[in-house]
Design a protein around this ligand. Structure first.
Ligand code: DGJ
Length: 731
């Protein structure tokens, strides 16, 4: 049992693989946070608690004037009493007041991990994999109950938290804030890390020291967004890739979120994460419950790399689902950058024919195959094939592609509606909108109101109809704008601020239904590249188009940052043509190939216009990738040199048994007469010998990790150079 209740210490002890989490009931009423960090097999809680009475302006809970929650570490802090830091939740009562006061009631420890109905969540396959602690708190005066959930896996250093808020009273409660977790650290000597960026520049690593006040990241965009990923970490100041304390927080949700760290007057740090309280409220009628999404909290005492590998394994094995969770992903060719909207059946068949000869396994037909769509200004919602472009329909095209021995995949943007579409003309009220207000367009389109069941059902029927009509084995599910004028035609005024979250619940239902009905289709999510690259989506779709930016140099930072949380099996990465369509940069085919091979590999170019020499190079790249595909998709990832620190980047994958490894090295710009250079590998077996690139010499794991690899002189001239080293352990 990894969770126990210590009667004497009135404490819950949660033991993960190498870490411990401790909660204590204070004064038989308050739930206090005691510890989260490296493993303490047999903790003495009274020697861990670190509190002092403070003279301060805060009020006190007790008659003696000694006990204030403002200087106690809390687990799920309320608003309105003596704790004046960020609360975890806030509720408005029918009389307008916002004061609640939760008391500890009971606990339950269960094997496994209960599902979060209608929400994406990490899961167990066997009950013995994890234990879950459910702590019930209540405010009897108003009939409020809060059930906090903590799951600890045997094999992962993760604590997974969520909260369920239940109205057991007789009148409606309005949630103004319902975060998923809160935790208090007794110090503030941390850096905060986030993954920040923009379209075509997603998930760059940003690290800053914590200072007094609140530092936060959030989304108000109706999607997790390009600009901030729903992830943050606190790092001890000296923490590196390989050493130091790291506390990661990853939100399993795809909509508006808030993640903040508040350093208070006493230099303690409160971290909270959950649905963004901005423009959110939720009316909870008597008997109803509100379930928050969950936060996956990962601790590592061995730096960022170890934290990332925990997320990678957990998300690969217990968040992704379905047959493609473990299946090898196909090498894809996508026609977007090859043709944009300008294609026909002959062109696509020509691409498929040439691609099949190079070993590519799947043609994905991108935007422009439906309605009258020859540019991005119409037809979203009209999911019937454009017979002018594809006279034989999708079936004939899919069959022809299959004849070349390739699978056929199709692009959709199911959540959107173009004002110039038959669907909009029939149902102008089916988009998110506010009565009498201008409907702002993004990429010439509006967003379908997925809070409505009739709209959800229509989307499910339309997409399912297309998928049933041809041999489609891959879907790219795109989403190309954020929300504006957020409102729903069917919700009453007092529920309008539920729209953004109800949209996500509707989206999850649509995704669950469609992916569940087509288990043999590999679904890839996309949102103008990586605008919704989050764990919520991964529960439904096991891979994600990492960025619309396919430039090899830019991708180094994007993929490096993405790897903080997400494994290679999730990141789609394609080789595109040069000059690159996003940056205008020319890089070698080899360099672009080596960058893309570090993820789910494919191409995004017109293979029919390539020279024979280029085609031969592509054929070799595809062979190289296939030989190591299992390693890339299932191996452990080690970041070696950061593109954020300079001109060189390196990373590697190591198989679980450490017999197989692939090391990628990239140098962006050359420097004449540069210093000698070598870099150290990681994750290998110290006392094993490895052959490098099939050579005769056998080099010890210890040498490769302590001395490293010399960068050869022939890499000296020219920009955008890269090397791939395949390492095989000598049997
Ligand atoms: C945005 C995506 O990120 C691209 O890959 C492409 O699918 C376009 N949308 C199509 O409109």
């Amino acid at each position: 049992m990894s969770i126990t209740f210590d009667q004497v210490q009135k404490s819950f002890i949660l033991q993960a693989k190498n870490s411990t989490y401790i909660i204590k009931i204070l004064r038989d009423k308050y739930l206090a946070h005691v510890y989260w960090g490296g493993k303490i097999p047999d903790p003495s809680v009274k020697h861990i608690e670190n509190s002092t009475s403070r003279s301060s302006f805060s009020a006190c809970q007790d008659e003696e004037g000694k006990f204030s929650l403002d200087n106690r570490p809390c687990e799920y802090p309320s608003y309105g009493n003596t704790d004046l830091r960020m609360p975890a939740y806030q509720i408005q009562l029918p009389n307008g007041t916002r004061i609640t006061d939760l008391s500890y009631v009971s606990y339950e420890i269960i094997q496994g991990k209960p599902e979060l109905k209608g929400l994406p969540a990490v899961y167990t396959e066997a009950a013995a994999e994890a234990d879950t602690l459910l702590i019930t708190l209540s405010d009897e005066l108003i009939g409020l109950e809060v059930v906090l959930s903590y799951t600890v896996f045997q094999d992962y250093d993760a604590v997974i938290r969520s909260a369920k808020i239940v109205n057991k009273g007789n009148s409606g409660l309005k949630l103004l804030r319902a975060l998923s977790m809160s935790i208090d650290f007794d110090c503030a000597d941390f850096d905060m890390m986030s993954l920040s960026g923009s379209w075509a520049r997603e998930r760059h690593v940003v690290r800053r020291p914590l200072v007094n006040g609140t530092q936060s990241i959030e989304s108000r965009r109706g999607a997790s967004g390009h600009s901030e990923n729903p992830f943050m970490a606190l790092l001890s100041r000296e923490a590196t890739e390989t050493a130091g304390d790291v506390y990661g927080f990853s939100f399993v949700y795809s909509g508006n979120f808030f993640a903040g760290a508040e350093v208070d007057q006493y230099k303690t740090t409160r971290v909270v994460m959950g649905i963004n309280p901005f423009d959110f409220s939720w009316l909870l009628e008597p008997g109803e419950a509100f379930q928050t999404p969950e936060v996956v909290m990962v601790y590592s005492g061995r730096g960022l790399g170890d934290m990332s590998r925990t997320y990678h394994r957990l998300y690969r094995n217990r968040l992704a689902r379905g047959k493609f969770r473990n299946a090898l992903r196909p090498v894809v060719i996508n026609n977007w950058e090859a043709t944009y909207f300008d294609f026909n059946e002959e062109k696509l068949k020509a691409i498929a024919k040439d691609a099949s000869k190079l070993g590519i396994e799947m043609l994905v037909l991108d935007d422009g195959w439906f309605g009258r769509r020859n540019s991005d200004n119409c037809s979203l919602g009209d999911w019937y094939v454009n017979l002018e472009k594809l006279p034989g329909g999708l079936k004939a095209l899919a069959d022809a592609v299959n004849e070349y021995g390739m699978g056929f995949g199709l692009w959709f943007e199911p959540e959107m509606i173009s004002p110039d579409s038959d669907l909009y003309r029939a149902h102008p009220d089916w988009c998110l909108h506010v009565p009498d207000r201008h409907r702002s367009l993004g990429r010439n389109q509006l967003i379908l109101d997925l809070t409505r069941k009739d709209v959800q059902d229509t989307v499910i029927d339309m997409i399912s109809g297309v998928l049933s009509g041809a041999n489609i084995t891959y879907v790219k599910w795109d989403m190309n704008r954020n929300m504006s004028e957020i409102g729903s035609g069917l919700l009453p005024p007092e529920r309008q601020m539920e729209t953004a979250h109800r949209y996500m619940l509707g989206l999850y239902r649509v995704m669950e239904t469609i992916t569940g009905s087509f288990p043999d289709i590999l679904f890839e999510s996309c949102s103008g590249g990586g605008g919704r690259f989050d764990p919520g989506i991964l529960y439904y779709m096991p891979q994600n188009w990492t960025s619309d930016d396919t430039d090899g140099v830019e991708r180094l930072k994007i993929q490096y940052g993405t790897s903080m949380v997400y494994p290679g099996s999730v990141m789609t990465a394609h080789v595109s043509a040069v000059p690159n369509h996003q940056t205008g940069r020319n890089t070698s085919l080899e360099f672009r190939g080596h960058v893309a091979m570090a993820g789910n590999f494919g191409y995004e170019l017109d293979v029919t216009t390539m020279t024979e020499e280029e085609k031969a190079a592509v054929k070799i790249q595809v062979e190289i990738y296939k030989e190591m595909r299992s390693l890339i998709q299932h191996g452990d990832f080690y970041r070696l040199l950061s593109p954020f620190d300079g001109n060189v980047t390196a990373w590697m994958y190591v198989s679980e048994d450490k017999k197989d490894a692939a090391v990628f090295f990239y140098r962006v710009l050359t420097t004449p007469n540069d210093a000698l250079f070598r870099f150290k590998l990681a994750g290998l077996k110290e006392d094993a010998g490895y052959r490098v690139n099939g050579g005769e010499a056998v080099i010890g794991g210890a040498q490769l990790m302590n001395y490293g690899i010399n960068i050869p002189a022939e890499l000296g001239r020219g920009d955008f150079k890269s090397r791939l080293y395949r390492l095989k352990m000598k049997e």
